[in-house]
Design a protein around this ligand. Structure first.
Ligand code: ADP
Ligand code: MG
Length: 282
């Protein structure tokens, strides 16, 4: 696995006190079990089928990358995994619980306490400063302001962003905002981070920095990461690749990752060559 954390500790998430999850001692325990999920949406009179009969598992403490072309259903799948959108059919078990059997308030608590989410674009409450935005998820978990701010400051310190606490997130650069989004995602110390193209609007340097933080969250703190990325360079970071095409998911076995990555990059190269050739030929 490529190591982008090497020689630079600012890309490492520092552990907080008592950060080992008691259930996470066995590397190969199944954390997420997706069984026969389908997702369709009603659009006017029509039904759009986005995910088709997909099943796969995600092991605890692993770094997982979902890849596939634009419009193939990646964000829809992540919403299902993040306890945001129940699938039309099938089930999603996380840590042994069929999550969509939870009552809405139980599901909201589960999501808030166990899943951290990072998106390509950040949604900030513009009237709140950085620390207040980072603390926000904790209010939904019932934490009091003082405790929430202490934990938010911890999260900012863990990613070296404490000096930004009192600034407005809107005044920060894209890379800084995405680091703050990482702090918000880890503030409740979740077992799972789900990231939907978190480097999509960043330059290479800032993109690498966010990937390094995600990698550190997985490696150093032994949490599970599920990530969608368009950036082929990052595919070798994965323990497991899940390919999605037209709403159908396919798991790549761990030892296939290197091989699959090579093939994908070769395919992409061939496609670009063909495009260039057809352009030359008018
Ligand atoms: P990706 O993230 O891979 O680019 P998405 O999951 O965002 O793909 O979308 C996959 C397909 O599902 C797209 O054609 C999109 O228009 C459609 N889709 C997603 N969400 C909805 C929705 N709420 N209603 C109707 N169509 C949707
Ligand atoms: Mg998407």
């Amino acid at each position: 696995m490529k190591d982008i954390t090497k020689n630079d500790t600012s890309h490492v998430i520092k552990p907080n006190k008592g950060s080992e999850h008691p259930s996470s001692t066995d590397r190969h325990r199944t954390l997420i079990k997706v069984q026969g999920i389908e997702q369709s949406f009603k659009v006017g009179e029509e039904t759009v089928e986005v995910l088709h009969n997909s099943s796969f598992t995600i092991e605890e403490k692993t770094f997982n990358i979902i890849y596939g072309p634009s419009g193939s259903g990646k964000s829809t799948l992540l919403n299902v995994l993040s306890a945001i959108q129940p699938p039309t059919r099938g089930r999603v078990e996380i840590a042994g619980f069929d999550i969509y059997k939870y009552k809405p308030e139980q599901l909201a608590y589960f999501r808030g306490s166990q899943i951290g989410v990072v998106y390509q674009q950040n949604y900030w409450v513009s009237s709140l400063n950085v620390i207040e935005n980072v603390a926000l998820p904790l209010y939904f978990l019932g934490k009091k302001k003082q405790e929430a701010h202490r934990l938010a400051m911890d999260a900012l310190q863990r990613i070296d962003m404490a000096p930004f606490a009192k600034k407005s997130p809107l005044l920060l650069s894209g890379g800084e905002q995405q680091r703050i989004a990482m702090a918000r995602a880890i503030v409740a110390d979740p077992m799972l981070i789900i990231a939907d193209e978190p480097t999509g609007s960043l330059d290479t340097k800032n993109g690498d920095m966010i990937m390094a933080l995600l990698q550190s969250y997985n490696r150093d703190l032994k949490r599970t990461v599920v990530l969608v990325t368009h950036n082929m360079e990052y595919l070798p970071l994965a323990d497991r690749l899940i390919k999605i095409n037209d709403g159908v998911c396919q798991e790549m076995q761990n030892d296939d990752v290197g091989h699959t990555t090579k093939n994908l990059i070769k395919d992409l190269g061939d496609r670009i060559d063909k495009l260039a050739e057809s352009k030359r030929n008018g």
